[in-house]
Write a protein that binds this ligand. Sequence first.
Ligand code: ADP
Length: 255
Amino acid sequence: MKALLHVKQLNKIYGKGTQQFHALQDISFKIEEGEFVGVMGSSGAGKSTLLNLLATIDTPTTGDIVIAGQTVSTMNADQLTDFRRDHLGFIFQDYNLLDSLTVQENILLPLAIAKKPAKVIAKKVEEIAQLFGIEKLLHKYPYEISGGQKQRTAASRALVTEPKLIFADEPTGALDSKSATELLHSFVRLNEEKEATIMMVTHDAYAASFCRRIIFIQDGKLALEIVKGTKTRQQFLEQILQTIAQMGGDRHDVI
Ligand code: ADP
């Protein structure tokens, strides 16, 4: 397997002079193609900072980020816009759907922007809607569907371009447990059947238990990582909860 994401000695310092805050310290890790990796850590650990750097929304103070063989930390604004559009998919907690467009129109938007032929668009929208189980909702508007269905629409839109690397930021944060479970199963299918590479930031141990590997961040540093291996999801969940407890976190903070 090949490293799709290679993070090298990443540091992020916010502010200047006496107001400086070292939010990330010497973070290095790799994500191989086809992995489903969770990033966990308590509030203030640096998860959002890391995600913003990887998503190319913010720049590191020092260090390199290499995605699909390209060093994104040195690209200019135009190069970043193209790179994000062509290689990355984003799923956020708050969906970011356009209310005046139907589910179908929301999903096909990135393909329309990329000027793909109508036939290709129709086929891809159908495929991805099926994967997320929203094929019956395509003509509805966001206000007519539930939170879970909105999130599956947002995920479909993020993934319809088949991005190399998918970043999900607390994707289950606003969902009830049934919708969260459905979404997580869709991620697992996407990962196993389409070999999508996913990095999901979450503070939720249950959501993290669907990943195959988890990286823990504590006080801006990479604290440790654990791998699911042959464990069942339930066993992995127990291991995650134990790890959080050992790290000094309150179990109830994260579930
Ligand atoms: P998490 O997502 O794990 O909750 P964050 O990445 O949001 O953590 O924050 C990590 C630390 O960096 C926190 O102590 C936070 O207060 C600080 N921080 C985040 N953004 C800024 C900023 N723009 N300026 C100064 N400090 C920041």
